[in-house]
Design a protein around this ligand. Structure first.
Ligand code: PLP
Length: 483
């Protein structure tokens, strides 16, 4: 939505609004926006009232301007103004002429903590499971506008079966984006639009299998998805250890594999950025065995306080297959991504893509192309970057406050962090048992691989949580494990 930064207290407000983020409550208003025209105003008011009453909109939360909310919901501004006025009259909202509208203090059913950590669906009160961005940051208004624009401009013939590589317009826009932001050598002719990194891996698996490969190397610890995707193509995985500089090359050489999957910009899950020396070593290895490095740039766009680490592919496009998607920057549900392959693999990959699904949906591709061309995608990245940096900081601060002595790593980039907690909070089994009982969902690092040292190390996803939820979630975790 367009109303960024609306979750803050008013000038006369009761301190920062720690409650549920405005964006979450906004979802409640969406059905009202599509109610029949005659009932729309009433339905919108009822939904807004309900959001305040149930605490999904916390006291002190600043609402977006009537113009912003009307644009986001696709309703007239008058309808929103009327709803704000009515609810102000009823005491649910308070407004400060010209300065904004806030959720009033009159309806305070529960304390901020209870509301903040209200069980979601299955009794989870704080959810630190990594892998999901903040879906409420999805730019609905801009996406809807792009949708209208695309439908208006696409000629009839464009709705036929697409080029299995993807629309030329999208491939051109992606080539520009990836060259500019990630240092990828991006010839549009070599890009294949896919439905996410997952499909890129599945396609490569099928092509490599057809070429006789039966194993690929994967990082250990690493993404469980990688192994599962290659297994579906009939390829086994060889877990390979990491060191401080990234994927360890000695064990890679010794393994005998000729293809390896790696996450060099921000290793999943440890967050290690592959060093310059290790990049060179990896590419030397690939050349020496005439092999392939499969680069998963799953969250390459999010960097906070270090210079962007360019893609490995830029150093040797002949030995690296590069893949990424909009799953972290827009939403995983879009199922849209890209794969750049060395020239020697291109035809086989395109043919696999064709036989697999005859290409990605045309409208989605045209939409993303337009989004990229008009700068909407860059705007979205900047917006997410700001939000996620703030959340990352909130997590680091909360861990320092509630778990003194915790060592946090992997936080210069990405959407999750690794927290190594002092031994006194352990052992791990007891820690997990207690946090689970308290409704805190956390993943131990050990769950991501076999080569993880003992100890209390957690992978904490933070991007999908507001700073207030992060702080309260860490506090809840600390309460749960206190003796
Ligand atoms: C490291 C890593 N790469 C790739 C993926 C899949 O990404 P996509 O949604 O682009 O298919 C995941 C999904 O969780 C992941 O953890």
């Amino acid at each position: 939505m367009t109303s960024s930064g609306t979750n803050r207290s008013g000038p006369a407000g009761p301190g920062p609004s720690d409650g549920a983020p405005w964006a979450a409550a906004w979802e409640l208003l969406l059905p009202a926006a599509s109610a029949p025209a005659r009932a729309r105003g009433r339905t919108l008011q009822a939904a807004l009232r309900e959001a305040v009453r149930t605490g999904r909109l916390a006291p002190g939360t600043r609402l977006p301007s009537s113009r912003e909310l009307a644009a986001d919901l696709g309703v007239s501004r008058g309808l929103v103004t009327e709803a704000y006025e009515q609810l102000t009259a009823e005491g649910y909202l308070r407004s400060d002429r010209g300065a904004g509208t806030w959720v009033g203090d009159a309806v305070r059913a529960a304390g901020p903590r209870a509301r903040d950590l209200a069980p979601r669906s299955s009794g989870t009160r704080a959810d630190f499971v990594p892998g999901t961005p903040d879906l409420s940051l999805f730019p609905r208004a801009a996406w809807a506008a792009a949708h209208r624009g695309v439908l208006a401009e696409l000629p009839h013939h464009a709705l036929g079966y697409p080029d299995p590589r993807g629309l030329p317009r999208l491939r051109t826009a992606l080539a520009e984006l990836l060259a500019r932001r990630r240092g990828v050598v991006a010839d549009p002719e070599r890009i294949v639009v896919v439905s996410g990194v997952a499909q890129a891996m599945a396609l490569l698996g099928l092509v490599l299998h057809a070429r006789g490969l039966r194993t690929v190397g994967v990082e250990d610890p690493g993404s469980p998805e990688h192994g599962a995707l290659y297994a579906s193509a009939g390829i086994g995985t060889v877990p390979l250890p990491l060191d401080d500089e990234g994927l360890a090359v000695g064990p890679l050489k010794a393994s005998g594999v000729r293809a390896v999957v790696t996450t060099p910009a921000h290793q999943f899950p440890t967050g290690i950025a592959c060093s310059a020396r290790r990049r060179t070593e990896l590419l030397d290895w690939a050349r020496s065995v005439d092999g392939l490095v499969i680069e998963d740039d799953y969250d390459g766009d999010f960097r906070y306080d270090r210079a962007p680490v360019g893609a490995l592919q830029g150093l040797d496009p002949g030995h690296v297959a590069y893949t990424g998607s909009v799953s972290k920057s827009l939403a995983p549900g879009l199922r849209l991504g890209w794969l750049l392959v060395p020239a020697s693999l291109r035809e086989e990959v395109v043919e696999r893509k064709r036989t697999m699904d005859l290409g990605n949906p045309v409208l989605d591709q045209a939409l993303l192309a337009r989004f990229l061309e008009r700068g909407d995608y860059d705007r979205q990245l900047r917006r997410c970057q700001r939000a996620y940096r703030e959340r990352r900081d909130a997590l680091v601060t909360a861990l320092a406050a509630y778990f003194p002595g915790a060592k946090v790593s992997g936080v210069a980039a990405g959407l999750h962090a690794i927290a190594a907690l002092p031994e006194r909070y352990g052992p791990l089994d007891r820690f997990l048992e207690r946090t689970r009982a308290a409704g805190v969902a956390v993943r131990p690092l050990a769950q991501y691989g076999t080569a993880v040292e003992d100890g209390l190390r957690l992978v904490l996803g933070y991007a999908h949580l507001s700073p207030a939820r992060i702080r309260d979630g860490v506090a809840l975790m600390a309460d749960a494990v206190r003796d």
